[in-house]
Design a protein around this ligand. Structure first.
Ligand code: ADP
Ligand code: MG
Length: 344
C-alpha cells in the first residue's frame, strides 16, 4: 500500500483550512440566504417557527477514535442533531459545525470528518452554513448546531402526553448499546493482543447502529401523510427508561410499559446473551438508539397499526400510579432513570 499523504493543518492556515473543508458543500434549501463566508449566516424562516438544537462532543468522553472512523464520526455528529429536530416534528434545514483540533489531526483526517458531514447533509438535505475552527491542546471537539422549521401547530413537545394515550417507539432498541459493547471488547483485545484479528462477524447491524445511526426522517413524512400528530415525542438518546421518565415528568402523567411489547432485534437479543446481559435491560438502558419515542391518542392506533416500524409498548396513566414496567410474568417494577434490572 502507498503511504497516505499527510498535510499538517499549519500548511493551509485557519482560513485555508475552512475554505478547503467546506468548498464542496452545496446549498439545497431556498431558506439559506447566506451561508459560509460572512460574519453570520442569514436564514429565511419562511413564516414558520424556528427550532434549534446543539450538541457538544468531546474525544474520550463521547467518542473513541480507536474504533470510530472519522467519516462515521462526522456523519453521526450531524445525524444525532437532526434527530433532535425531527423529534420536535420539525424539518431540519441548516447546520453549523465547530471543531477544535489538536496538532495530531492532519488535513487528510479532517477531510474524512467532513466527508461524513457532507454525506449527512446530502442524505438529509440540510445546508452547512457556518461554524468555527480553533485549536485544542488535547484531542478533538466537535459541536454541531441544527436549525429547523415547523408550522407552530405541528410542533410536538415532551409535555403533551395524556392519560390513556398509547406509548410508541420506532424500530428496535438496545442495538447501538450492544454495538458499543462489541467495539469496546475488540478494543480491549487489541490493546492486549494487537496480533489477534477482530471478531466482528454477524454484528454489522449492531455496530452500524452504534457508528452510523440514522435519524427517523421518514417517520415525520408518514405522520404528515396519515394526518397524525403525536401528543408528545422525543428521540431515544439516553435509553427508554430514562427518556420515558422525561415525557411523564414533563406531561405530569405516569405510564405502564409492557416488557413483552418492547422491540429487540434478533441480533441484539443473541448478542446480549453472549455478553451475559439481559436483552430487555439493554433495550431499557442502552442509549443512542435514536429511535423516536412518542405518544398518540388511542383513536389514532389504527393509523400506525399496519406499519412494522412502530411498536405500541405501553399506555399513559395517572401521575399517581407512577412509571412502571409490567414484566412478562405480570410483575410490576418501578422504572428508574438507570433502568430496571432483571437480576435485582
Ligand atoms: P469569525 O472570525 O467571524 O469567527 P471565521 O473566520 O471563524 O469567522 O469563519 C469564516 C467563515 O467560515 C464563517 O462563515 C464561519 O461560519 C465559517 N466556518 C468557520 N469554521 C467552520 C467550520 N469548521 N465548518 C464550517 N464553517 C466554518
Ligand atoms: Mg471564527
Amino acid at each position: 500500500m502507498e503511504p497516505k499523504q499527510t498535510t499538517p493543518v499549519s500548511q493551509l492556515g485557519e482560513f485555508g483550512l475552512i475554505e478547503h473543508l467546506t468548498k464542496n458543500f452545496q446549498h439545497v434549501n431556498a431558506s439559506t440566504l447566506k451561508g459560509i463566508g460572512d460574519d453570520a449566516a442569514v436564514l429565511d424562516s419562511e413564516g414558520k417557527k424556528t427550532v434549534v438544537s446543539t450538541d457538544l462532543l468531546i474525544e474520550g468522553i463521547h467518542f473513541d477514535l480507536m474504533y470510530t472512523p472519522l467519516k462515521h464520526l462526522g456523519y453521526k455528529s450531524v445525524v444525532v442533531n437532526l434527530s433532535d429536530i425531527y423529534s420536535m416534528n420539525a424539518e431540519p434545514k441548516q447546520i453549523t459545525v465547530s471543531i477544535a483540533i489538536s496538532s495530531r489531526f492532519t488535513v487528510e483526517a479532517l477531510d474524512e470528518l467532513y466527508a461524513g458531514i457532507e454525506l449527512a447533509c446530502k442524505n438529509y438535505k440540510v445546508d452547512l452554513v457556518g461554524g468555527d475552527t480553533t485549536s485544542s491542546l488535547s484531542g478533538l471537539i466537535i459541536s454541531v448546531t441544527a436549525i429547523g422549521v415547523a408550522n407552530a401547530e405541528d410542533l410536538v413537545y415532551r409535555n403533551g402526553a395524556k392519560e390513556g394515550d398509547l406509548v410508541c417507539v420506532t424500530g428496535d432498541l438496545g442495538a447501538a448499546y450492544l454495538g458499543l459493547q462489541i467495539l469496546e471488547r475488540e478494543k480491549r483485545i487489541y490493546l492486549e493482543h494487537p496480533e489477534v484479528q477482530p471478531e466482528l462477524e454477524n454484528s454489522d447491524y449492531l455496530i452500524g447502529k452504534q457508528l452510523k445511526p440514522e435519524a427517523r426522517k421518514e417517520v415525520l413524512k408518514f405522520f404528515k401523510d396519515m394526518n397524525l400528530k403525536p401528543t408528545s415525542m422525543m428521540d431515544l438518546s439516553d435509553g427508554l427508561s430514562s427518556d420515558i421518565l422525561h415525557i411523564c415528568k414533563q406531561s405530569g402523567v405516569g405510564c405502564e410499559l409492557f416488557e413483552a411489547q418492547i422491540p429487540v432485534s434478533e441480533d441484539a437479543y443473541h448478542m446480549a446473551l453472549k455478553f451475559n446481559l439481559d436483552p430487555i435491560t439493554c433495550a431499557l438502558n442502552g442509549g443512542e438508539d435514536y429511535e423516536l419515542l412518542f405518544t398518540i391518542e388511542p383513536e389514532d392506533e389504527t393509523k400506525i397499526a399496519d406499519e412494522d416500524t412502530f411498536s405500541i409498548i405501553g399506555i399513559i396513566t395517572k401521575k399517581e400510579t407512577g412509571c412502571v414496567l409490567v414484566t412478562r410474568s405480570n410483575n410490576r417494577h418501578v422504572l428508574k432513570a438507570q433502568g430496571w434490572n432483571h437480576f435485582e
